[in-house]
Design a protein around this ligand. Structure first.
Ligand code: PLP
Length: 381
């Protein structure tokens, strides 16, 4: 049977499934991006963005994927004179390092093996030397399904006076981020992850301190330019108008659920995913103490590769999950459970995984994963 993309169980690590209200919001006749209607849309988005970040502040909306937001943040904020500290423990930490090195004069990179938490003590030692001007870190390392505990890092960054710059692309609206309490100066969110809007927009949150520190980076992504336009409910260049319409609707959906509600639901789905995996003997890739609430990375069972697990899930059960990146290709698969992912998605995915294990003669307790999920589903009111 040719699978129906609209009913495929879509659990990749972003882009995520999109609510029909958000899809419909994009199907709109052409809009003059310099006209009153669009200015009104930008104005509404500005009012709604604090719901996404859980904090008031300065917000820029950039046409481009999450990486455009990262390039904007790092090019405008890492110091041209002074030291920048990068903390890296996965593919996107390595990406941070690559971007930062394009713009910063002196960079120190501290790494942890993929799947392990960033090295907090080593970071503290670097920060205590007193010359670090910016710290750059990925909140949720999507490539290995690990969330870095920024509450542990925050006091050291604050004491040092360095700017605290965060890639929150797969964390925002999925994992608690205390922007004010932790003293975070800049965070980048991607439209296609916890917010469940289409891919193609990056939202950047900036503190007063970050705005004061902005310097010209790239031309197209100049944050000062974007901030001065958005003050007038405008954008400096032609924006991706349909994506802005979708963004407004996705933000309204988030407001209806509340940020706290979405974080709690995402956590419950993550907890059920981990319990279901454990119930049928599947092993997490990252340190379980820091397993991500938005993406669960699971090792392929010994002897089974991408073709037997991920491809079989897609071809036989029409369940889309994501493979590993870089050195983890063929070794892990990743289940995204952020945005509007829901309980039926997990039930279908794990029913398929149980059948895959059954075929390989590895399923000792049939139904155990499904029970683990069902036991965690909410009781009706
Ligand atoms: N950083 C993180 C943590 C991500 O998860 C991703 C994408 O998955 C990116 C950066 C890159 O974002 P994009 O592909 O939207 O440019």
């Amino acid at each position: 049977m040719t699978p129906d993309p609209e009913t495929t169980t879509f659990l990749i690590a972003g882009p995520v499934r999109i609510h029909p209200r958000v899809l419909r919001a994009m199907s709109f006749s052409s809009v003059n991006h310099r006209g009153d209607y669009f200015h009104g849309v930008v104005g509404e988005i500005r009012e709604l963005l604090p719901v996404l970040f859980g904090a008031r502040g300065h917000h820029a909306i950039l046409t481009g994927s999450g990486s455009a937001g990262l390039e904007a943040m790092y090019s405008s904020l890492v110091p041209k004179d002074g030291r920048t500290l990068v903390l890296s423990n996965g593919n996107f930490g390595e990406r941070t390092d690559q971007i930062v090195r394009r713009y910063a004069s002196t960079v120190t990179t501290l790494t942890a093996p993929w799947g392990q938490h960033i090295p907090i003590e080593a970071a503290r030692a670097e920060l205590d030397r007193g010359d670090v001007r910016a710290v750059c870190v990925v909140h949720n390392e999507t490539s290995v399904g690990l969330q870095n505990d920024l509450a542990l890092l925050a006091p050291h960054v604050r004491r040092s006076g360095a700017l605290f710059l965060v890639d929150g692309i797969s964390a925002v609206a999925g994992i608690p981020l205390e922007i004010e309490a932790w003293g975070i100066d800049a965070v980048v969110a991607g439209s296609q992850k916890g917010l469940a809007a289409p891919a193609g927009l990056a939202m950047v949150h900036l503190s007063d301190r970050a705005v004061a520190a902005l310097h010209p980076g790239t031309f197209y992504l100049d944050l000062a330019e974007h901030l001065s336009s958005i003050e007038k409910n405008d954008t400096p260049w032609t924006p991706a108008v349909p994506l802005f319409l979708a963004l407004r609707e996705a933000l309204l959906l988030l407001k209806e659920e509340t940020l706290a509600g979405r974080l709690a639901r995402t956590h419950a789905l993550a907890d059920a995913t981990r319990a279901a995996a454990a119930a049928i003997g599947l092993e997490l890739y990252p340190d379980p103490a820091h397993a991500s609430d938005t993406v669960t990375a699971i090792r392929n069972p010994a002897g089974l590769g991408d073709a037997q697990v991920r491809k079989a899930l897609l071809d036989t059960f029409h369940v889309a999950v994501q493979g590993g990146q870089g050195a983890l290709k063929g070794k892990i698969f990743r289940i995204g459970h952020m945005g509007i992912a829901d309980w039926p998605d997990l039930l279908v995915a794990f029913a398929g995984l149980e059948r895959i294990l059954a075929k390989a003669g590895r399923l000792r307790t049939p139904g155990a994963a499904l029970s683990a999920i069902a036991e965690r589903m909410p009781l009706p009111p």
